[in-house]
Design a protein around this ligand. Sequence first.
Ligand SMILES: NC(=O)c1ccc[n+]([C@@H]2O[C@H](COP(=O)([O-])OP(=O)(O)OC[C@H]3O[C@@H](n4cnc5c(N)ncnc54)[C@H](OP(=O)(O)O)[C@@H]3O)[C@@H](O)[C@H]2O)c1
Length: 228
Amino acid sequence: MNKICIIGASGKLGVYMVKHALARDYEVVGVCRKKSVDKLDEFKDRITIVPGATNDRNVIKKAVEGCDGVLTVLVPWGNNQYSSGTAKAVLDFAKEGARLVFSCGWHISQDGKDVYSTSFKRKLRMATWVGKFFRVVDIYDQEMATRLIFNGKSRWTVVRGSDLEEGESQGLPMWSAHVGDPILDSNITRRIDFALFMVEALISDDLIHKSPAIVGCQTSSALAFTSN
Ligand SMILES: NC(=O)c1ccc[n+]([C@@H]2O[C@H](COP(=O)([O-])OP(=O)(O)OC[C@H]3O[C@@H](n4cnc5c(N)ncnc54)[C@H](OP(=O)(O)O)[C@@H]3O)[C@@H](O)[C@H]2O)c1
């Protein structure tokens, strides 16, 4: 892995991914909205920035050119196919054989075998409804984006984040194939470690065509799993 692209580089998760990628000496290209370019000021001499909307096909085509890996922050903003447009552009333009790693939340299910708590389902229904009503968030479009990825032939991984918190790194998160597995019960991960998992996934061939649901490695449910 020499050159990678980070799509959504100026966000909280994105900035952590930039730091992890530079620590590995990867050449980094970052995509972010024009108005957010200054959020990447601390890296401006070390990364190439391609400003623009992440669902702009020309922006993505230019940014992913020659990249061995692409890390994409999939966000369900707005009501103009932001997530699915972003995913489609990455799938269409990433070079053949590139490792593609996408972020989302636990609500995405690859095979329908995830088991969600009643409170999780209630919160998701509420977020979906409120987001759609005010036209600010389109959870269905994020689901559409991941359908496109799951059905694609590229070397993809979809990393499903639990609830997130800030704080020092605790190490690489643990993961499971299905929400509802006891290891995930704590439902919390440090954002810096979510980013670490995304960057590590670029070189983890055992995660190809999987959608790991992650949890912090120092959480009680992860520690209970390790001690058994
Ligand atoms: N937040 C959580 O608790 C949580 C839980 C589980 C999984 N996740 C997943 O983690 C990933 C990132 O989550 P995060 O909370 O850490 O957020 P984040 O890193 O701050 O990412 C937000 C991204 O969305 C962009 N964005 C913000 N407003 C936008 C708008 N109106 N139109 C277009 N783009 C916009 C930001 O770009 P700018 O820098 O330009 O604003 C940034 O790239 C997502 O894939 C999310 O599904 C989040």
